[in-house]
Structure formats: structure tokens, C-alpha cells
Design a protein around this ligand. Structure first.
Ligand code: B12
Ligand code: SF4
Length: 515
């Protein structure tokens, strides 16, 4: 079969700070190709809708699949599916990915027949079986993870081994367009999959059932060596959860003399527990790190169930500074914040050298707060669910909330954007420009044209053609968390959070110590 894989357009964030290759879709495309199909991949973060329609007309795919990781992309996916189905009625159209795994019924309902099925969970596990069933005109509802308008198949399953899967990186036409800050160009890679923690605002754990599955260090190093880009974004939810795994990959990287610059995301407590890993990685190229601090008060951390205290977070920042790694931290702004709260946050952030990113508290389907939040949602427009818009009632009038939010982001970004930043990074900018890489230079001046309170407010006035189903009415006490899981709970063997102490227990270390 001829299969076209489509990644939807970028959201606000990717218009300024970074743009990354669609790794999940490349992995799914790799499996489809290995199963003997002809595959093409188009990424609408860097190509136009017109280019997509031209490709569909010329190439005439038998099947089209979309990556639905982001809730805010769902209307775009539905519209594209309808347009493609209108011209190629016989084409089988399906959607997979993180967000659509939690909203499958809605996606099928909005699709009005244009979306043949949603494939929930890890795409690699079932996509080949699904296409086989389609080509034989078999019943697709036999396939794990499939949901159609007629019914639901068996629950999604995990791939047998992450080591056997390689992303089809060669299918992307514009690899030089992917970057994060000065890592320009930048590729992406996965060292491990899943997260053992259970923060209330996050759906990474409900997707993977709190499992955590590392890939073999040799396989990771071999894949790294095959990457051409000098920059690498490690996409793990929490990097280096197991010290031995991080050290083993680091040693392999050294042994093979792989020289790259890296960006990763992790937690403060992991950084402190596995200092030797981060020390090694700072020597072999770790440049940037993102820490999801989320709150700078104990109450906030407890409410988000971060299972970490403030002192640990601050100590982690100190430690990262001592290694010379540039850290970006994330804080979650609640729509309930008033002017004083924003001012206090601005003040705190200006006193630290780190990059501070502010996102807006947003209940997403698949998260605990989606079930527990008692405040009414002010909008069911998917496009506003990108953690840059407020979908809960704001204490300040909405225009003022956006004015405060963007002003705070502006103040924080001034440290790292525009002329102030250029003074420090002029050498890097010139070097990238000499290599024809313009992403980083452009990024320095883009903030104000994308993050603008008037534009954010205007987004609320758009016509809403697809409305999301609201959360089921449940009382705060009666939430059955198991109902949220896409993949069943991974069990304690892969989890290892000690519920009594709320601390993570390093599985590899325990095994090595005979624990
Ligand atoms: C790396 C990452 C990013 C990267 C790159 C993402 C990219 N280019 O795809 C960056 C930093 C750019 C990013 C940005 C944002 N992100 Co992000 N991101 C992640 C993260 C941590 C890992 C994604 C990843 O690459 N995983 C590894 C690959 C292999 O897995 P995967 O992509 O999920 O794909 C698998 C399945 O989903 C599925 N699948 C995927 N596509 C398809 C397609 C088909 C056809 C099939 C069958 C299956 C399938 O199979 C794949 C293989 O198993 C996830 C958390 C998570 N665990 O999912 C959050 C996550 C997806 N991000 C999230 C958010 C909110 C954002 C932002 C909106 C945040 C912001 N500050 O603005 C932006 C928006 C970016 C945009 N698209 O424009 C939320 C999504 C929430 C939601 N429900 O919409 C998540 C779930 C994090 C969270 N804590 O809740 N993100
Ligand atoms: S530690 Fe990070 S990835 Fe894991 S549940 Fe919390 S926010 Fe999500």
C-alpha cells in the first residue's frame, strides 16, 4: 500500500523557541515501511497545506495517517481528513498519537466518516497489523487500540522491544528546519519511554501506565552515531531516571567519540540523585536542560503532586549552574492569578539567571485535573488547549490576564532574546549563519509578533466548529484513575515510587545492590 503520514502544523510555541522533528510519527512510519509498504511523510510544521494537497493528488495514497499528539491540532486534522476523503473516498484515513488516544470518540464524531479509525497508544505496536487488515478488507476492530464509529477493539498493547524500532528520519524533506535555540539544526532521539511519576496536570503517565522502559545503551549510541545534525534533543519525559542507564549511554558515546550538543528535560530530584550522570554528560556535550519546576511555593508543588520540595529544586538549579549547563525552568500560571502574583513571579525570576517559561494551567483530557477540576471550563475549543491560553475562569478580566501573562513572559525573555541576547551569542549566530542556518538568528526577534495579548484574546473570538466533550461530572473524591490509562498500569516493577516517602527508588541501583 502507499501510505502517507502527516504531522500537523506547529502551535504558538514552535513559532518562536524551537521546532522539532516529529519523532513519534517517524517511528510509526519506520514500522510501516518495514512491513513492506511504500511510505511518505509530510510535516506541516515546515510545509504548507498546499504542498500536502499537491502530494495527495500526485501520489494518490491508499492510506493516510495523522499524528494527533496535540489537542490543539485536532480541528486541523479533522478538516484535512475531510478534504482528503472528499477527493479520495477509497483512501483509508486514521489518526494516532497522544491526545487522540484520550479523545478518540470525539475525533470520530467530528470526522463524520472522514476518519476511518483512531489507533490508540503506541503506534508501532499495531500499525502494521492495522494496515494488513485494511488491505485484506478484514475487520479492523480485531486490532488492539483500534476505535471506529462502530466499536472498540482490544486494549492497546506495548511494542515488544523498543530496541528494534528506528525512526525513518530519511523521510523528512527539510531536516535543516529543526532547531532548539542555538542547537540549529537539531535532531531528536529517545533514550527511554514513559514516566513513573504521576503529576496531576500531566498525561504522560496515564498514556504509558506509569511504566518506564529504557532502550539499550548500545542501540541508543549506534542511533546517535547515525545522526547527522550536530544538535540533539532527547525527548524523554524525564531524562536519566536510572543512573546506570545514563552512565552506560554516556560511556558508549565517549567510546565511539560521538561529538554532539544535547538538550534534555528532567526533574530536580533526578538531577540531584544522579549527579555523576549529569557531570559526565556535561563533559560530552549537554548544553541545555529543562526542569519542570511548575511552582515556587510548597502548596503549588503539593497540588500538582510533584513529589519534590522547594529546597531540592533550588539545590538542583545550583548544581546545574556549577556544571555550566544552561537551565530553562517551567512555571504554571493559574488563571486565578492576580496582578500581585504575576509581579511576585517576575521579581523572583529576574533574580535568577535561568530561562523561565510560563505556561497556563490547563486541564487536558487524560489528566487528573481534567477529572477533578471543579471550576467550569470557559471554552471547549481544542485550539485554545495549548497551555498558552486560559480555559478556566480568570480572576482578572481576560484581557488583563493576558496582558499580565505576556508582560511577564516578555520580561523573562528579555534576558535571552533580542539585542541583549545577541551581545552574548553573536559568535554563535554568525557561525550558524555561515552554515546557512537561520533559525536561531530569527528566533531572537520573533517573540513579540507571536506572544501578543491582543492576538491571544482574539483567538477566543474565533468561530468554533468542533467542540470537545466536557469532562464527566465526578466529585473530587471519586476519581477512578485507572479509567484514565491508555496503556494499563505498568506495575511496580517499572514504577518504583515509594508511596510512603514519595521518593523515587532507583530500580537499576536496587537490582545492582541486590535490592
Ligand atoms: C518532546 C515533546 C515536545 C517537543 C517536540 C514535539 C514534537 N515535535 O513532536 C517540543 C518541546 C517541541 C514540545 C512542545 C510542546 N508540547 Co510537547 N511533548 C513532548 C513529549 C515530552 C514527548 C513527545 C515525544 O517525542 N515522545 C517520543 C515519541 C516516540 O512518542 P510520541 O510522539 O508520543 O509518538 C508515539 C505515540 O504518541 C504514537 N503516535 C504518534 N503519532 C502517531 C501517528 C499515528 C498514525 C499513530 C498510529 C501513532 C502515533 O506512536 C508513537 C510511537 O509510539 C510529550 C510527552 C509525552 N510523553 O508524550 C509532550 C507533550 C506531547 N507536549 C505537550 C504540550 C502541551 C506541548 C506544547 C503545547 C507546550 C507549550 N509550551 O506550548 C508544545 C506544542 C508544540 C507543537 N506541536 O507545536 C503535552 C500535550 C498535551 C496535549 N494533550 O495536547 C505533552 C503530552 C506533555 C504533557 N506533559 O502533557 N513537546
Ligand atoms: S514528572 Fe514530568 S512527565 Fe512525569 S508525570 Fe510529572 S510532569 Fe509528567
Amino acid at each position: 500500500m502507499k501510505v502517507l503520514a502527516i504531522h500537523p502544523s506547529g502551535l504558538m510555541y514552535t513559532r518562536v523557541f524551537l521546532r522539532l522533528e516529529p519523532l513519534g510519527l517517524e517511528m510509526v512510519a519506520g514500522v510501516i515501511r518495514d512491513a513492506g509498504h511504500e511510505v511518505r511523510l509530510i510535516d506541516l510544521q515546515v510545509e504548507s497545506h498546499r504542498a500536502l494537497h499537491r502530494l495527495v493528488q500526485r501520489w494518490q495514497p491508499d492510506a493516510v495517517c495523522f499524528s494527533g499528539n496535540y489537542l490543539a491540532n485536532i480541528p486541523e486534522i479533522i478538516d484535512l481528513a475531510k478534504l482528503i476523503k472528499a477527493t479520495r473516498a477509497q483512501c483509508f484515513i486514521f489518526v494516532g498519537g497522544h491526545s487522540v488516544s484520550f479523545t478518540a470518540d470525539d475525533v470520530l464524531r467530528h470526522g463524520e466518516g472522514a476518519v476511518d479509525c483512531v489507533l490508540k497508544g503506541e503506534g508501532e505496536a499495531s500499525v502494521a497489523a492495522l494496515l494488513e487488515a485494511v488491505s485484506r478488507h478484514d475487520d479492523v476492530l480485531r486490532i488492539p487500540g483500534v476505535v471506529t464509529r462502530e466499536g472498540i477493539g482490544p486494549p492497546p498493547c506495548f511494542v515488544d522491544s523498543l530496541d528494534l524500532i528506528r525512526p525513518a528520519r530519511d523521510l523528512l524533506a527539510h531536516r535543516r528546519k529543526y532547531y532548539i535555540g542555538e542547537l540549529d539544526p537539531c535532531a531528536s532521539i529517545e533514550f527511554a519511554r514513559g514516566c513513573p511519576w504521576d503529576c496531576t496536570f500531566c498525561s504522560a503517565w496515564t498514556f504509558y501506565g506509569r511504566s518506564y522502559r529504557p532502550r539499550s545503551p548500545e542501540v541508543v549510541a549506534e542511533e546517535l552515531a547515525s545522526i547527522r545534525e550536530p544538535g540533539v534533543f532527547i525527548v524523554d519525559d524525564v531524562a536519566f531516571v536510572h543512573a546506570d542507564h545514563g552512565l552506560a549511554i554516556g560511556n558508549e558515546v565517549q567510546r565511539r567519540r560521538i561529538r554532539k550538543q544535547y538538550y534534555l528535560e528532567t526533574r530536580g530530584d533526578v538531577l540531584l540523585r544522579n549527579k555523576e550522570v549529569f557531570r559526565l554528560w556535561s563533559k560530552i556535550g549537554l548544553k541545555y536542560m529543562f526542569i519542570g519546576m511548575e511552582a515556587i511555593d510548597a502548596d503549588g508543588l503539593k497540588r500538582f503532586r510533584k513529589r519534590i520540595d522547594l529546597d531540592q529544586n533550588f539545590e538542583a538549579l545550583e548544581f546545574a549552574r556549577s556544571l555550566g549547563i544552561m537551565v530553562a525552568i517551567n512555571l504554571i500560571a493559574d488563571p486565578d492569578w492576580d496582578r500581585e502574583r504575576f509581579a511576585a513571579i517576575r521579581q523572583w525570576c529576574l533574580e535568577i539567571p535561568e530561562i523561565v517559561n510560563i505556561s497556563v494551567n490547563t486541564p487536558y483530557p487524560g489528566t487528573e485535573i481534567w477529572m477533578r477540576e471543579q471550576r467550569p471550563l470557559t471554552s471547549l475549543d481544542y485550539r485554545l488547549y495549548d497551555i498558552q491560553h486560559a480555559v478556566l475562569p480568570t480572576r482578572l478580566p481576560l484581557p488583563e490576564f493576558y496582558a499580565e501573562l505576556v508582560h511577564t513572559q516578555q520580561v523573562l525573555n528579555r534576558k535571552h532574546m533580542g539585542w541583549a541576547a545577541l551581545r552574548n551569542v553573536a559568535g554563535i549566530v554568525c557561525q550558524r549563519l555561515l552554515h546557512g542556518q537561520t533559525n536561531f538568528a530569527r528566533m531572537l526577534w520573533r517573540f513579540n509578533s507571536v506572544f501578543d495579548p491582543r492576538l491571544q484574546l482574539a483567538d477566543h473570538q474565533r468561530e468554533v466548529r468542533y467542540t470537545m466533550s466536557p469532562p464527566p461530572r465526578v466529585t473530587a473524591q471519586r476519581v477512578d484513575m485507572k479509567r484514565l490509562y491508555v496503556h494499563g498500569p505498568g506495575g511496580r516493577r517499572t514504577r518504583r515510587i515509594d508511596d510512603a516517602t514519595e521518593r523515587f527508588v532507583d530500580q537499576t541501583r536496587m537490582e545492582n545492590e541486590g535490592g
